[in-house]
Design a protein around this ligand. Structure first.
Ligand SMILES: Nc1nc2c(ncn2[C@@H]2O[C@H](COP(=O)(O)OP(=O)(O)OP(=O)(O)O)[C@@H](O)[C@H]2O)c(=O)[nH]1
Length: 213
């Protein structure tokens, strides 16, 4: 069996990976995200989420206290959406007022949720691979009312997630539909991760926790 080390504090990413049969170890990265984006000089949503995913994976892979002999996975999600003044690249809302502002501008519109993935093969006899990719999903937002926005923001959920919405939580009623991989919206694209794992020379079933070594 091959083990995954998830370089993320995201409960949704961990739950998604566990539901898929993996039992990742978790070590949260300590990345200064604005500093990484500035250092790489990136502005495009796909570049931003990829360099952040890479930085998170590299931070954990360099941590001397990490569990060794794992595949290290970093992820980052951003929403690219036009709120009326051109496409913006948005992570989590700054505060409740920001979440309300965003929802009042994005209701009835569509955006693209991009999730960057970076995998580092940190196994002792591994491939040494350090590879990444982005999964992008178009999200169609419902024309929600001011009252719904205020109530949703008051729950606190939008403040915890990139794009200020969830597709699998309270926000699910406010998403008319998506085009792409559901899990990539939640936080980790399983088919993209499978591609990266295979590129590192690992068969996907080898990651299943119930599989005999
Ligand atoms: N459950 C759920 N979570 C979502 C959804 N959309 C975005 N998120 C979460 O929003 C967060 C995006 O912020 P990130 O910066 O990528 O990750 P994080 O939670 O800060 O954790 P790190 O990986 O440690 O940076 C992740 O935790 C995602 O799982 C959704 O539709 N459903």
């Amino acid at each position: 069996m091959t083990s995954l080390l998830l370089a993320s504090a995201s409960p949704a990413r961990l739950a998604t990976l566990r539901a898929a049969g993996l039992d990742p170890a978790v070590l949260v990265s300590g990345v200064d995200e604005p500093a990484v984006v500035e250092r790489y000089g990136v502005t495009d949503a796909e570049d931003v989420c990829l360099v952040l995913a890479k930085a998170k994976a590299e931070d954990v892979a360099a941590n001397e206290d990490r569990p060794e002999d794992h595949l290290v996975l970093g992820c980052d999600s951003v929403l690219a959406v036009d709120l009326g003044e051109g496409v913006e690249v948005l992570g989590k809302p700054a505060d409740a007022a920001d979440a309300v502002r965003r929802w009042k501008a994005m209701r009835g519109r569509s955006g693209v949720l991009h999730t960057g993935h970076w995998l580092i093969d940190d196994r002792e006899d591994g491939s040494g691979a350090t590879i990444g990719g982005v999964a992008s999903v178009t999200v169609h937002f419902a024309d929600v009312t001011d009252e719904e926005i205020d109530a949703y923001v008051a729950t606190g959920e939008p403040l915890q997630v990139a794009g200020a919405f969830t597709v699998d939580g309270l926000g699910g009623a406010f998403v008319r539909g998506i085009e792409g991989d559901h899990h990539a919206v939640v936080g980790v694209s399983l088919p993209l991760l499978r591609d990266l794992v295979r590129e590192a020379g690992v068969a996907w079933p080898d990651l299943w926790a119930t599989r005999e070594a």
